[in-house]
Design a protein around this ligand. Structure first.
Ligand code: NDP
Length: 243
């Protein structure tokens, strides 16, 4: 452990994309980290200082809570949670398997709630803390072939704003960070080739998607604002992204 005065930051889905970039950004600013995802080696390969990496599925509430307890024993209370783990399985609703709907609902909604459950009571008790939930532009407006994904992200926005109001008197911040198109692995998991190639072709037509680092910098900015400042929502898209 390298000496640090910064509080513990937890990042779910830290093995790739936005989560990995956010881990690097917070590490560069001196924060100790608890990094969670299923691909342990990808998190360990970043070789970040003061970073505990644990193989945790966000659907496993017990594993999530015990990883948080382990990291808090080392670095003190978790002051920031970045609820980032998520999946996007785009598809034609007349053809898509309901199992894909289940997986998106589970990871994108229950996974976010499980993260909140692991840290919120202690944040409220000590009257300090920040939770950033990664929503989406697809949580603000609808997109073809994104029906259930949009449903989950509209849900993330609703959950975040509701709990923000509920805990605001306890000095705890909830922030929705809603990205537009970002160049990550996200779209690659869709099994519907038309939906996948449509997403990639549109990104190319606008000169490319954002970089994960663009989102990481915005998350860091919102978290480093004084605790009296709650940036409730950030929507951040490529300039040329029209919808
Ligand atoms: P990636 O696919 O690169 O990253 C997703 C991360 O989530 C991975 O680290 C993955 O890790 C993790 N994850 C997935 N399922 C689980 C699970 N069950 N338990 C734990 N971790 C899990 O995509 P992005 O970086 O783009 O996605 C990050 C967030 O940003 C998501 O919530 C996504 O919806 C959102 N977003 C992304 C946009 C984009 O255009 N890329 C736009 C708007 C929002 P592992 O597989 O190792 O478990």
């Amino acid at each position: 452990m390298i000496p640090t005065t910064k509080p513990l930051v937890i990042i779910t889905g830290a093995s790739s994309g936005i989560g990995a970039a956010t881990a690097r950004a917070f590490a560069a600013s001196g924060y100790p980290l608890l990094l969670l995802a299923r691909r342990l080696s990808d998190m360990q390969a970043m070789n970040l200082p003061n970073a505990i990496c644990r193989k945790v599925d966000v659907l496993d509430r017990d594993a999530l809570k015990s990883a948080v307890a382990e990291a808090e024993a080392e670095y003190g209370p978790a002051e920031i949670l970045i609820n980032n783990a998520g999946i996007m399985l785009n598809g034609d609703p007349t053809k898509q398997s309901p199992e894909e709907w289940d997986r998106m609902i589970d990871v994108n909604l229950k996974g976010v709630m499980n993260g909140i459950h692991a840290v919120l009571p202690a944040m409220v008790a000590r009257e300090s803390g920040t939770i950033v939930n990664i929503g989406s532009i697809a949580g603000r407006k609808t997109f073809d072939a994104h029906s259930v994904y949009c449903g989950t992200k509209f849900g993330v926005h609703a959950i975040t704003e509701t709990i923000r109001e509920e805990v605001s008197q306890k000095n705890v911040r909830l922030i929705t960070l809603a990205p537009g198109m970002v160049a990550t692995e996200l779209v690659s998991h869709s099994t519907d080739d038309a939906a996948k190639t449509g997403w990639l072709a549109y990104a190319e037509s606008i000169g490319g998607a954002l970089l994960p680092e663009d989102i990481a910098e915005a998350i860091l900015y919102a978290c480093q604002a004084p605790q009296r400042v709650c940036i409730r929502e950030i929507v951040i898209c490529p300039t040329r992204q029209q919808p």
